[in-house]
Design a protein around this ligand. Structure first.
Ligand SMILES: Nc1nc2c(ncn2[C@@H]2O[C@H](COP(=O)(O)OP(=O)(O)OP(=O)(O)O)[C@@H](O)[C@H]2O)c(=O)[nH]1
Ligand SMILES: [Mg+2]
Length: 454
């Protein structure tokens, strides 16, 4: 049998047979061309799908997922990052105002009925009474910001609408945060186009009141009673998300321009799953390619929403905040944060849906871990299995890393490499190096998958 197509015409073919044969050949070619076109369409679809890189950011609340995403934007889509800086200004100013109001609330409760103060503190307490009165308008400012930003008032999260009634303890500090389901787009680029409206008048007004309170905010931060009270409560403000006391002199001003570092330090709680489509502006060979990030809300109540996004992702970026070893979850105060992170990691490693994804683990908040250990907080007091091993940064980090690697090895459905990085997600220089190496790893995975298909 010949493999040639179309076959040579038979020698003694009649006119009718010839016409029938030609018609058959035309139909066969039409069908064949149609199949070819369909295949090409499929191939292009697959290529398109694989050229787009999809990343899922996972980890418990406050582990640094959104901060990692901001780093990626800062590095590879800097124009888009800058365009959002006006919106971040408002978030950062609200972070500061909330911090001041929460501290004032704490002082009211802890100083009422306290033992008679020493002479040094007596003067500072008088100053503080005066400061409290002068800072009272900031409660109104917080309410205005909340309203304009569409902050979701959730009674389970401390009653954000009533700052003076908030509970303050180390497990609830994370409540000094915003939910991200607000009219973000309204604020993006707001310095350029501001149609005259009540919205902008109210925002301007709130910013003017904040600027007028600037000197008093600075005096409050330096007040010895405030400092003593925070110390007594074991609160290290620099470790707490969204606290900007150290930058209040810049932030509480009218022409305040947030720096990239401010934006990385801002606290905006993610609610649900947010899709971010980033069109790469650099490096040149990546320009125009799309990276899609799914950034999830990390608290326990939100984890059920993650599963539908497990399908078809190129990489998982899992963040574990190592500094959480001496903290508990705000949603369940019986659970240690580091242990919760390990359990969550185990669930992610076990997933069959994720078996082909590149796994990248960030042992994050290394700066806070280091400062906690150096200030004498003992790791073994919170993680019993650590027993009497040295309480220093190197040993603790390598212990945590060992546990996470073992979980991955024991629970992955198939043999797979995991890429581990010890990070401080608010350190742009460190993150730039880490992200460059990660980008290459993920691209390699995407190219391999694409080649298998083509
Ligand atoms: N000091 C320090 N702060 C960090 C680090 N990583 C993140 N943060 C801060 O921690 C806070 C929480 O970070 P987010 O990125 O909002 O956390 P998240 O995982 O997105 O949290 P959810 O959206 O609630 O799930 C922010 O104020 C960050 O600036 C870090 O490595 N060191
Ligand atoms: Mg987030």
């Amino acid at each position: 049998m010949s493999n040639n197509w179309p076959p040579y015409p038979p020698d003694n073919e009649t006119e009718l047979e010839r016409a029938l044969r030609l018609e058959e050949e035309r139909e066969a070619k039409r069908v064949s061309d149609e199949i070819d076109r369909g295949l090409e369409r499929e191939r292009q679809n697959l290529r398109k799908k694989k050229i787009q890189t999809t990343i899922l950011l996972l980890g418990q609340a406050e582990s640094g997922k959104s901060t990692l995403l901001k780093n990626f934007q800062l590095q590879y889509t800097p124009e888009a990052f800058r365009a959002e800086s006006d919106a971040w200004r408002t978030v950062i100013q609200l972070n500061l105002v909330r911090s001041v109001n929460v501290v004032l609330g704490l002082l009211t409760r802890t100083t009422a009925g306290a033992a008679p103060p020493s002479q040094r503190l007596s003067q500072s307490k008088d100053d503080l009474r005066w400061l409290k009165m002068r800072l009272a308008p900031l409660r109104q400012v917080e309410l205005i910001y909340n309203k304009l930003l569409g902050v979701d008032i959730d009674p389970d999260f401390g009653g954000m609408a009533k700052p003076d009634e908030q509970e303050w303890d180390s497990g609830k500090l994370s409540e000094v945060s915003l939910r991200s389901n607000f009219g973000w787009q309204t604020l993006v680029g707001s310095n350029k186009e501001r149609p005259g409206s009540r919205f902008w008048d109210e925002l301007d007004n709130a910013q003017r009141i904040l600027a007028a309170c600037r000197e008093d905010i600075l005096a409050m931060c330096e007040n010895p009673t405030v400092q003593d009270t925070l110390k007594e409560q074991g609160i290290a403000l620099l470790d707490e998300p969204g606290f900007f006391f150290d930058q209040a002199d810049r932030i509480a001003t009218i022409p305040y321009e947030p720096t990239p570092e401010d934006i990385l330090r801002a606290r905006l709680r993610t609610v649900g799953v947010e899709e971010h489509r980033l069109v790469m502006e650099s490096p040149p060979m990546e320009k125009g390619r799309e990276w899609v990030f799914y950034d999830v809300g990390g608290d326990r109540g939100q984890r059920a929403t993650w599963a539908p996004y497990f399908d078809d992702v190129n990489a998982i970026m899992f963040l574990c905040p190592m500094s959480g070893f001496d903290q508990v979850l705000s949603e369940d105060r019986a659970v240690n944060r580091l242990i919760d992170s390990m359990k969550l990691w185990k669930i992610i490693c076990t997933s069959k849906l994720l078996e082909n994804a590149t796994f990248i683990l960030f042992l994050n908040k290394c700066d806070i871990l280091k400062s906690k250990l150096e200030s004498g907080v003992r790791f073994c007091d919170h993680i019993e299995q650590y027993k009497s091993q040295p309480n220093d940064y190197e040993n603790v980090t390598s212990y945590i890393k060992k546990i996470f690697l073992a979980i991955h090895k024991d629970h992955s459905p198939k043999k797979r490499k995991v890429h581990v990085h010890t990070t401080c997600a608010t350190d742009t220089e460190m993150m730039s190096t880490v992200l460059n190496s990660i980008r290459d790893v993920i691209l390699l995975n995407v190219l391999e998958t694409t080649n298998l298909i083509a």
